[in-house]
Unconditional design. Structure first.
Length: 231
């Protein structure tokens, strides 16, 4: 099954380190970051799950739940968590999010998390570093796929959630390269000039281009303190 942006994530049930979950029921009206790691007791994965756990309060602020996944056994996950907490001493309290145990690899296949080299060998198949940001409507909003050799950047995950939630609330803007909250956003080309003043009464900046096409328009006319979108 190929994962595409806008696709509805089918409901599933799974055993986790925090007990069994029914995904839709567990998700509720939250956003979700669902991410896989290749194996327990491996160095890069230890750093990833540790840093994500450290930033858990930042995900909470964004109405976002975390759900990790691998094809190892639940007991292996539970034993490994002690190592993660020992490595990342600044994890507050108990380990804050569940890890799915998917020994049959059934969920990994359903969620397109198996790499091409191992997809036909159920005994050795490894999950890549797949990360899916899922909206409260159960639709895939963003996916990131990393090879097993490259660890993820937690700040980038949070930045993407900020962008997705902002543009869900304000569907006539998009965030530019390297954007962070509070910076200027781009006005979408389909917004007509006749609508710009009504939508952005505090002002718009326009950049003249050699083509003469007025498609580069930026604004800071949005309230970044507005409650996070649930759409």
């Amino acid at each position: 099954m190929t994962m595409r942006i806008g696709q509805v994530i089918r409901n599933f049930k799974a055993q986790t380190t925090q007990g069994p979950i029914d995904f839709y029921q567990w998700q509720g009206d939250s956003w979700v970051v669902l991410f896989s790691h290749p194996a327990d007791f491996t160095p890069v994965c230890t750093t990833e799950l540790g840093r994500i756990a450290v930033h858990f309060p930042e995900f909470q602020k964004r109405n976002t739940k975390l759900l990790a996944h691998s094809c190892d056994k639940l007991q292996s996950h539970k034993d490994w968590v002690n190592d993660i907490k020992s490595y990342c001493l600044d994890i507050p309290g108990d380990f804050p999010y569940p890890i799915i145990g998917d020994e049959t690899r059934e969920l990994a296949v359903q969620l397109d998390m198996i790499d091409e080299d191992h997809k036909d060998d159920p005994e050795t198949a490894l999950t890549v570093r797949a990360l899916y940001i899922i909206g409260p409507d159960h639709k895939l909003k963003l996916s990131m796929l990393y090879p097993v050799s490259t660890g993820r950047n937690v700040d980038e995950i949070l930045r993407c959630i900020d962008s997705l939630q902002l543009t869900a609330r304000l569907p006539y803007v998009a965030t530019p390269a390297n954007w962070t909250p509070g910076e200027k956003v781009m006005i979408l080309p389909e917004v007509k000039e006749s609508e710009v003043k009504r939508l952005f009464p505090k002002g718009v900046e326009r950049v003249a281009m050699p083509s003469g096409i007025g498609y580069l328009r930026t604004t800071t006319d949005y309230d970044n303190s507005t409650p996070r979108s649930k759409l």
